[in-house]
Design a protein around this ligand. Structure first.
Ligand code: SD4
Length: 292
């Protein structure tokens, strides 16, 4: 049994936009929120940022010019909620939380998810900004296959609150110029995100198809249960992907992991990967080099 880290909240998020997301999450905690409130608040911050072209408003569209979003949440009681392929709603992470808390389901997709959101008071807006539209129009001329790491940048926020409880949120616009209807790993519980309040939490960024095939985040948490450190668990989950691609995957996946005792870790397949860690009052960007 892992010792519980208490009275020392920790926030761990993907990429450099994790830094401002962590700040918002810290504020949510200091306003009295729990781990779920903080993870949601952090993810919402990235969803609102129109400069971020891979999450929420301002996200790059699918091949037909539709911005379609995926998100999920998981709380410390093992509850989860998710929306996939949702359109015209700015904060899919909050819709996912509503699915978790106000329906008997875990996952809603597409039109059903949008209608549910509207019924809960979410406003419909056009998520395609002028900037993203311009990029898409440019892409249409060449229709060049995007290498996933060019545009893939999901935000995942893992939080441990002062009680030592864990929760997480994950949100993305997915693979730029994807096929209409494509859903990635981010709304799939166990793939893009997994939280087990006894052991730890993990989340993924990168090529969702490969994360789904290896049930990545669940695997990272289970490896921590077996005694792997957060860094080792992330690397071992990536070893499965490396093996499946004969030692030479040509795409990126990054994992972050937070163990119940407060230890954080990360790993990525290739190039490098940034993550933001807020701990002991310091919110800082860290970088890990690729395993290959
Ligand atoms: C997806 N995993 O839709 C997401 C995208 C992503 O860094 O993480 N990008 O496949």
């Amino acid at each position: 049994m892992l010792r519980k880290n208490k009275n020392n909240p920790i926030i761990l998020s993907t990429w450099n936009f994790g830094l401002p997301a962590n700040e918002v999450a810290i504020k949510a905690l200091s306003d009295g929120g729990n781990a779920m409130d903080a993870a949601e608040a952090g993810a919402r911050h990235a969803e609102s940022d129109e400069e971020n072209n891979s999450v929420g408003y301002g996200g790059l569209p699918d091949e037909n010019g539709n911005v379609t979003l995926d998100a999920c949440v998981m709380d410390s009681n093992g509850n989860s909620g998710s929306v996939a392929f949702i359109q015209n709603i700015k904060h899919p992470v909050s819709v996912a939380r509503k699915v978790m808390e106000e329906t008997k389901h875990v996952m809603l997709v597409g039109e059903g998810a949008r209608k549910f959101a509207v019924s809960k008071g979410f406003k419909e807006i056009d998520l395609l900004t002028a900037k993203s539209k311009k990029e898409w129009k440019k892409w249409l001329k060449e229709r060049r296959e995007m290498t996933p790491h060019e545009t893939h940048d999901t935000i995942s926020v893992l939080v441990q609150d002062k009680n030592g409880d864990l929760a997480g949120a994950c949100t993305t616009s997915g693979w730029a110029y994807k096929m209409h209807g494509r859903v990635g790993d981010s709304p799939i519980i166990g793939a893009g995100l997994f939280v087990d309040n006894e052991v730890g939490s993990a989340a993924a960024t990168g090529l969702g198809e490969e994360v789904i095939k290896t049930t990545g985040s669940f695997l990272v948490v289970e490896l921590m249960r077996q005694g792997y450190s957060p860094n080792e668990a992330c690397s071992e989950a990536l070893n499965r992907v490396i093996k499946a691609h004969n030692g030479n995957p040509d795409f990126q996946i990054g994992y972050i992991a937070l163990r119940k005792d407060g230890k954080a870790g990360a790993a990525c397949l290739k190039w490098s990967f940034d993550y933001a860690l807020a701990k002991n009052g310091v919110n800082k960007l860290h970088n890990v080099n690729g395993m290959l």
